[in-house]
Ligand binder design. Structure first.
Ligand SMILES: [Ca+2]
Ligand SMILES: [Ca+2]
Length: 258
């Protein structure tokens, strides 16, 4: 705000939306007044909004800002809503996680490395409100889903995962944006034959398998002269031997990039 031809100052204004930010009221209400110190106008700076949040806390919305700066520091002032924003109904998807996922997945599983076809997706739903809700008998629930991947049917690539929980009765519009969560680039399904897990099946993969052709693990077949070349990622068939299946799978999917 302009105070004079040589001075301007900060004033914190408030405005509101009733449709989750799609539209805002045109009027702006000053929440602080024009305030200049003895040497300069530096009050009402760096505002930050936060909602007090915990069971038993009033859940007011606060705005903190700095004012009265001096040589050795400044004051932090706060404004808060007139009425507590509670009790409310509010559930949220707070976390999406994967079980036994190490950064990549082979569609249909990979027996030699202990990976099966089912990828387990865990979704955590929290009750952030003040009431017991039907979606949660406790404060937090974790729901697990099995995603059955199928060899040569689940396409290689990067997958996003979305989780949505329905609004509970009485949940206000402003409390619904956290009812869904999307994690992009979350699961990397590798092309079959990508034995070095770089996301593509190329001559590198084929040549590595060919070089180890016939190898069996030394722990099982110490008599195998090339057992030291055995790599479970080359054992696509899960037979215990780097065999022709691996070579044919890699060649059949040659040139797939993700
Ligand atoms: Ca919510
Ligand atoms: Ca590769």
């Amino acid at each position: 705000m302009i105070v004079s031809s040589t001075q301007s100052t900060f004033v914190i204004y408030g405005k509101y939306s009733v449709d989750v930010g799609a539209h805002w009221n045109s009027a702006e209400t000053p929440l602080t007044t024009v305030s200049c110190g003895t040497s300069s106008c530096v009050d009402s700076q760096y505002p930050a909004a936060a909602q007090s949040y915990n069971v038993g806390i009033d859940q007011n919305i606060w705005i903190f800002y700095s004012t009265d700066p001096g040589v050795t520091g400044f004051d932090i002032w706060g404004l808060k809503t007139t009425n507590p924003v509670s009790p409310i109904h509010d559930v949220a998807v707070s976390l999406i996680g994967l079980s036994s996922y190490s950064g990549f997945w082979y569609a249909g599983g990979f027996p030699a490395i202990g990976q099966n076809a089912n990828l387990t997706v865990n979704v955590t739903v929290k009750n952030l409100g003040d009431f017991s809700e039907n979606v949660a008998v406790t404060l937090t629930i974790v729901v697990s889903f099995k995603w059955k991947t199928v060899f040569d049917s689940t396409k290689p690539g990067w997958y996003a995962i979305s989780a949505v929980t329905a609004s509970v009765p009485g949940e206000s519009l402003g409390n619904t944006p956290d009812n869904n969560m999307t994690m992009t680039h979350f699961v990397h399904v590798l092309p079959p034959g990508d034995v070095d897990q770089d996301g593509s099946t190329t001559a590198n993969d084929v040549s590595q398998i060919k070089y180890a052709y016939g190898a069996q693990p030394c722990s099982v077949h110490p008599e195998n002269p090339i057992c030291y070349l055995y790599n479970p990622y080359f054992d696509i068939s899960g037979s215990g031997t780097v065999d022709a299946v691996a070579i044919s799978v890699a060649i059949a999917h040659y040139g797939i990039f993700t």
